[in-house]
Design a protein around this ligand. Structure first.
Ligand code: HEC
Length: 134
């Protein structure tokens, strides 16, 4: 379901709210389409570094680039995520097999409960913000 619907769903939401774009990204991606660009990589490093230094994930990160604002929210691994992103030895064989078929280069496995998994990025064009703030 995530494989077929995840990108579609984010695209649909984006359509509904005009110029606002949504993306999930992480260094250990399953789908290469979700690979971070250099600004997203900077945001990911900010979360990783703060987590390392303080033991806590900051609630958000904001960037302003090329006429848009990017808002990032960190995602943590919950129990339900382990079904598809956990230790393959403890996952359903069929799921492991299917993931290997669909994502031969899969990096998004081996996570543990509470791990930092990546971010959701919401991009809002600057003029949309200006209009809605006036
Ligand atoms: C039923 C299996 C399944 C479950 C449960 C699941 N995921 Fe995923 N996840 C996937 C698949 C498949 C993809 C690749 C989707 C795509 O092609 O964009 C993915 C992609 C992602 C991505 C995008 C980056 C990447 O690796 O390509 C993030 C972030 C993510 N999942 C986080 C989570 C979190 C957090 C949870 C728990 C709240 C979760 N997932 C639960 C199957 C799952």
């Amino acid at each position: 379901m995530c494989s077929k619907k995840a990108l579609e769903l984010t695209e649909e939401v984006a359509e509904e709210i005009g110029d606002i774009k949504i993306k999930r990204t992480t260094f250990k991606y399953r789908n290469p389409k979700n690979k971070p660009d250099r600004y997203e990589a900077e945001a990911l490093r900010f979360f990783e570094k703060t987590l390392e230094e303080t033991g806590k994930l900051p609630p958000y990160y904001i960037q302003k680039i090329d006429g848009e604002y990017r808002y990032y929210k960190p995602l943590k691994v919950q129990n339900v995520c382990l079904t598809c992103h956990g230790d393959p030895a403890h996952m359903d064989e069929k799921v492991v097999k299917k993931l290997k078929e669909l994502y031969p280069q899969d990096r998004a496995i081996g996570y543990k409960l509470g791990d930092f998994r990546g971010v959701i990025r919401v991009s809002i064009p600057e003029d949309v913000i200006k209009k809605s703030c006036l």
